[in-house]
Design a protein. Sequence first.
Length: 210
Amino acid sequence: MSLDRPRRYTPLKIDQALNLLGQEAERKILELEKKTPFLLRELARRSDLQSGKTNFAFRIIQGSKNVSKFQIMLYESAKQQISVTMKPNELAKLVFDGADDVFEKLTQDNVSVKGLSEMNKFNLDASKRFLEFSKLHTTHTNVVPFAIIDDQEALICLSRDGKEGMPENAIWTNHPEMVTILKDMFEVLWSTSQRGQSRIREIEQTLVSP
């Protein structure tokens, strides 16, 4: 659109117009994906108030990108505490995905964040970053990655090979029995694990040794 009077308009090339429309559609989809967990929880809360009972559910998230997005959105919704277990390579990936920034902001809002993972020389930088704002313990136990949010909901992440692969599927639930089981499991692992600061000193001593 020109600034003179009367207004004159210059049409975009068709490929530019389609590109702009595509960008706008993608932006709206991303906004909806970001708001989905909050909308679902609010809808469930309102339904519970109306029905006088709590509805428990399970949800399957498929695809590594979808799992990563859902993890971040779930973390952002925390009000009191997050307890999360991670495979060694997943600890580094959380930092790569920006979950560390989310955790840091949450701790500034007095949300407790506790992480449990095997710490080694390959995820040393990610471990140090995690310890800047939260508690991190190390364990050599092969744990299934999961997260507990405010003791009310849980996300269990599963890789295709069942070992070191990135989570490609996840199961979310707010069923209290399942959440309690995972919480008890986390507390047992936490009580028998090593503090992150101590493990970092061990790794750094090994790296400088001849």
